[in-house]
Design a protein around this ligand. Structure first.
Ligand code: NAD
Length: 282
């Protein structure tokens, strides 16, 4: 099957990044969100990132313009009937995703692959909400999508070999390296990364060190390119909390309990970069 058009659901942190790499790889992209404001924000982030690549000379201005021209934005799910692959990258919430996937499944043609970028929810469970779940799969990109070289591919119990092979081919075309991960909360990378970030928040909450020193410690002491609290701000504290809660609920193990400070910050709307304030001010 020749892939020409990719639908991306959600124009947020991940959605606009996924739309960008797909458009830059030559696919037509349809990016959907719930309102024009979210779409405009997503599209301007996408344009800004492509312009940055032009100024770094990793992309020519003609390539950037062509990529932007391949991106269409809309709030209308019925346009998905022209998509060959749809990647769901909406807010990390099980009920919302189940609803969105049902809606996608209603509009796409029967051979369209439906993928989710969920960080932690069960692929088998989400797949049960689509018609023909053998064409459903986890395609987990990393943040920031244009810069990160990895994609985790997660099969649900129903996912077919053909769907899996198509996602390996897509990762390759996007210039990413794919690893296979089992369908357990957090898959592989977040299962390891997220408890580390949660622990950094506990360390801050206990007053053992400042945010700056915790980050500096992990950068210089563990060679991490960015400290765990700065990374939490980049991920988005609401998304991070949703992943910690999925680990906690999914494994029913208290070692994954969310840091109270993380819960408090999310309740207070301090979500990191996307709201201008988290552990740092932006
Ligand atoms: P975000 O909050 O930045 O963006 C979510 C977007 O989804 C918003 O623009 C919101 O308006 C939109 N949305 C909500 N309901 C919708 C609907 N019914 N239809 C279409 N759009 C809808 O979140 P994000 O960080 O981009 O996360 C998106 C997904 O990617 C989540 O599943 C998350 O777990 C996953 N993920 C996030 C990261 C990260 O670092 N942030 C990394 C990997 C995977």
């Amino acid at each position: 099957m020749t892939i020409q058009t990719i639908g991306v659901i959600g124009a947020g942190t991940m959605g606009n990044g996924i739309a960008q790499v797909c458009a830059a790889a030559g696919y037509r992209v349809l990016m959907l969100d719930i309102n024009d404001e979210a779409l405009e924000r997503g599209l301007s982030a996408l344009k800004r990132n492509l312009e940055r690549q032009v100024s770094k000379q990793t992309l020519s201005s003609a390539q950037a313009e062509d990529a932007i021209a391949r991106v269409q934005t809309s709030t209308d799910y019925s346009l998905l009937n022209g998509a060959d692959i749809v990647v769901e990258a909406a807010t990390e919430n099980l009920d919302l995703k189940l609803r969105i996937l049902k809606q996608i499944s209603h509009y796409v043609h029967p051979t369209c692959v439906i993928a989710t970028n969920t960080s932690s929810l069960s692929i088998t469970h989400l797949g049960a909400s689509v018609d023909k779940p053998e064409r459903f799969i986890g395609l987990h990109f990393f943040n920031p999508v244009p810069m990160m070289g990895l994609i985790e591919i997660i099969r649900g119990l129903q996912t077919s070999d053909a769907t899996h092979a198509q996602m390996i081919a897509l990762s390759d075309r996007l210039g990413k390296t794919a690893i296979n991960a089992g369908n357990r909360p957090g898959f592989v990378v977040n299962r390891i990364l997220v408890p580390m970030i949660n622990e950094a928040i506990l360390v801050l909450q206990e007053g053992l060190s400042t945010a700056e020193d915790i980050d500096l410690g992990m950068q210089l002491g563990c060679n991490q390119p960015i400290g765990p609290l700065a990374l939490a701000d980049l991920i988005g504290l609401d998304t991070l909390l949703a992943v910690v809660e999925s680990l906690h609920d999914g494994f029913n193990d208290s070692k994954y309990r969310p840091a109270p400070l993380l819960k408090e910050m999310v309740a207070g709307g301090l979500l990191g970069r996307k709201t201008g304030k988290g552990f740092y001010q932006y």
